[in-house]
Ligand binder design. Structure first.
Ligand code: IVH
Length: 674
């Protein structure tokens, strides 16, 4: 059959589109279409090429994996090519896959599969030589990737040296394939921090992970909470008898060598169990701390994998079943502008409410004004919105064909929507800012919201609506006014009765006794997150000393750079900042000093914490140690005196053992604190 010109044209269009989207996704970390849309196009291309084999071009995107590496990083050739996966979109596709391989292997028994959550992160290749991490690279085009060793080494859970053990031998050369990712909580924190400080925010956790890995400065990468799961083998030499024969054993071997693997992986005896696994994971998807976009199925027997081999871009022995896209189409009712705590202006689109993945979506923030221009979104436009896990919904595409006539382009505001103050766009910052500070009502509200939040002063029952009412009526102007609220003030508000007013007053009173760290954090100083507040409180031990610290002294503190030290010094010099603190102190806020109530019994110790704990959280443990005078450090070195190792300790434990550091388990650590 000769191919018709329609198919030929469509192929060309598909190839061009896919090439462009793949480049945006792999090389620029900036995809303009959703994964689901991309998959649909790719699937269409594969089907069209399957039906018209004569039209398959060696440059078609179906004939390669990924995209070319970015310039600027050293290129590394993978010993074994890094493959991609074919997709299944429903149970029938999976059943077909099972049938295909059963026939190809010419067997009658059911095939066993390793079922693994498909993490939506960035693929990485780690090369271990004689058990030591030699280099790490991205996938690149599958054959050649970029050298990211300096950044991979900052990921604490990745061992620099593998643990030898009696169960599995470590091959001389070992390529470990896995996924680098960022958990949703951490992703939201990074974006919140960036937004509050007027920096660019990431569209999704995958982009945040990719952006962090592509940093030329490993210091930036180490400040990003990257995680890694190993999920497969590349090239391996010198296989001994004590080497895995099954994919499920590969995962176990990784674990025994100290490499993190996803414990949610499982085994299916046959394709029916694969479907059950998928349904379970799909049901529980939103309770996972990271984003997944489907399940990867791999033939469990490595010998069968070998027999099956691969086609150009993907192995025959594995397939990815993707979740249906959580995408919906709706109309933008309006686009307005919100003012953040430090004055950053964020555009927000309000939608005709729409149900996406079981949740009603009414609005989405648009990262900044460049994003409005990139999307070319206007009021009245029909848009596709995507919701993924805990990530705030976002507009992924605008259907320009459906634009109503006379739809006006969004006008970039010149004055603050709250206080009408002038807006400025600072050099090197992508965001417009209102510079009125606490004279702007919106910034007042946001500062108070931050002050009462859980990790700050933790005032229970004081939500956004109450704060907005109190600020709008003028009952409160800043955080100190909260402590002078009377029951009568609350009873005037919507929804307050005797009991709820009493409860709120009690929780305001309770918050008066707090730690220096929480107090510093609650002030909402730019660049001062919880960790910086903890370092400041441990270093100065009193509010007064911190308030009088010079910029040079601040710079000497662990993790505080020139930008943060400038903001901190400026805040404590400002009349606004000093007045607020004075008023709060007059109201008898009681700060537990990190050292006053201790005998500084750990004064000489440099402690590192690793793993997870059952009776105390890591941050609590850290706070307690600092309170007892210890210095808590992020990595093990020859200066470390104690390593506290919880569950799943990872590479820090190996390193501490090698250095002869005193190692305590959770129980011993709790004893030490007492
Ligand atoms: S195996 C030869 N296993 O999905 C098989 N991939 O769409 C190659 N991914 O590039 C991949 N979780 O970055 C495999 N458990 C898992 C995975 C996984 C996520 C990613 C990986 C790969 C992409 C393919």
């Amino acid at each position: 059959m000769t191919p018709d010109s329609g198919s030929k044209n469509r192929l060309k269009v598909l190839q061009a589109l896919i090439n462009e989207y793949a480049h945006q996704y792999h090389a620029l970390d900036d995809a303009s279409v959703s994964d689901a849309e991309y998959d649909l196009l790719f699937q269409e291309l594969l089907t069209l090429e399957e039906n018209n084999p004569d039209l398959v071009d060696k440059n078609s995107p179906s004939q390669r994996v990924g995209s070319k590496p970015l310039e600027g990083f050293r290129k590394i050739e993978h010993i074994e090519q890094m493959l991609s996966l074919d997709n299944a979109f429903n149970s029938d596709d999976l059943i077909d896959f099972n049938k295909r391989i059963t026939e190809r292997l010419n067997i009658i028994e059911s095939i066993e599969f390793s079922c693994e959550p498909k993490l939506d992160g960035v693929a990485a290749n780690l090369l271990y030589r004689s058990g030591e991490l030699d280099y790490a690279s991205t996938r690149g085009d599958g054959k050649v990737g970029e050298d990211i060793t300096h950044n991979i080494r900052t990921i604490n859970s990745i061992p620099l040296k593998l643990n030898k053990n009696e169960y599995f031998d470590i091959p001389e050369i070992l390529e470990v394939r896995g996924e680098v990712f960022i958990e949703l909580n951490d992703f939201n924190k990074i974006n919140k921090h960036s937004e509050e400080n007027g920096h660019k925010v990431f569209a999704n956790p995958r982009n945040a992970a990719a952006g962090s890995l592509r940093q030329l400065d490993p210091k930036v990468t180490s400040s990003r909470p990257l995680k890694f799961f190993a999920h497969g083998l590349g090239s391996v030499t010198n296989q001994s008898k004590k080497f895995p024969q099954l994919q499920s054993e590969v995962l176990r071997a990784f674990l025994s060598w100290g490499l993190p693997v996803n414990i949610k992986s499982g085994l299916a005896k046959n394709v029916d169990e694969c479907i059950v696994f998928f349904n379970n994971i799909q049901k529980n998807r939103n309770s996972l701390p990271y984003e997944i976009d489907g399940v990867v199925y791999k033939v469990n027997q490595l010998s069968l994998q070998n027999k099956l081999g691969r086609v150009s871009r993907a192995p025959r022995w594995a397939i990815a079943r993707k979740f249906p896209a959580e995408i919906g189409t709706t109309v933008v009712k309006s686009i307005s502008f919100q003012v953040g705590r430090v004055g950053s202006i964020t555009p927000v689109a309000e939608f005709e409410p729409i149900l996406v993945g079981g949740v009603t979506i009414t609005h989405a923030s648009i990262h900044n004004f460049d994003e409005i221009a990139r999307l070319d979104v206007r009021e009245g436009d029909t848009v596709s919105i995507k919701r993924a896990g805990d990530v705030i919904p976002q507009i992924v595409r605008v259907d320009h064909d459906k634009r109503p006539p006379h739809a006006k382009a969004v006008k970039i505001p010149t004055e603050c929507p709250s206080c009408s103050g002038p807006l400025v766009r600072e050099e090197s910052e992508a965001i417009l800012k209102c510079k009125s500070g606490q004279n702007c009502l919106a910034q007042q509200m946001e500062s108070i919201k931050h002050f009462v939040s859980r990790n700050a002063m933790n005032i229970d029952g004081l939500g956004e609506k109450i704060i907005n009412q109190l600020v709008n009526i003028g009952t409160i102007n800043d955080a100190s006014d909260l402590y002078e609220l009377r029951k009568a003030d609350l009873l005037e508000l919507d929804g307050f009765a005797e009991k709820s007013a009493n409860n709120l007053l009690a929780s305001i009173e309770k918050s008066k006794s707090t730690t220096l760290q929480r107090f510093i954090y609650s002030l909402g100083i730019r660049e001062v997150g919880e960790a910086t507040a903890l370092n400041l409180s441990a270093h100065f031990k009193s509010l007064e000393k911190l308030m009088n610290a010079k910029e040079e002294e601040l710079l000497e503190i662990n993790d505080i750079g020139p930008v943060a030290s400038l903001y901190i010094a400026d805040y404590f010099k400002s009349i606004e900042g000093r007045n607020l603190i004075q008023r709060l102190m007059n109201l008898k806020i009681l700060l537990q000093n990190p050292i006053e109530n201790t005998n500084s019994k750990l004064g000489k110790h440099i402690v590192v914490i690793t793993g997870s704990f059952s009776d105390i959280s890591r941050s609590q443990l850290k706070e307690e140690l600092i309170r007892l005078g210890a210095k808590v450090s992020a990595s093990v070195s020859s200066n470390t005196t104690i390593l506290i190792a919880g569950d799943k300790p990872g590479s820090k434990l190996t390193k501490a053992e090698a250095l002869g550091v005193n190692i305590l388990d959770e129980e011993q650590a709790l004893e030490l604190l007492n």
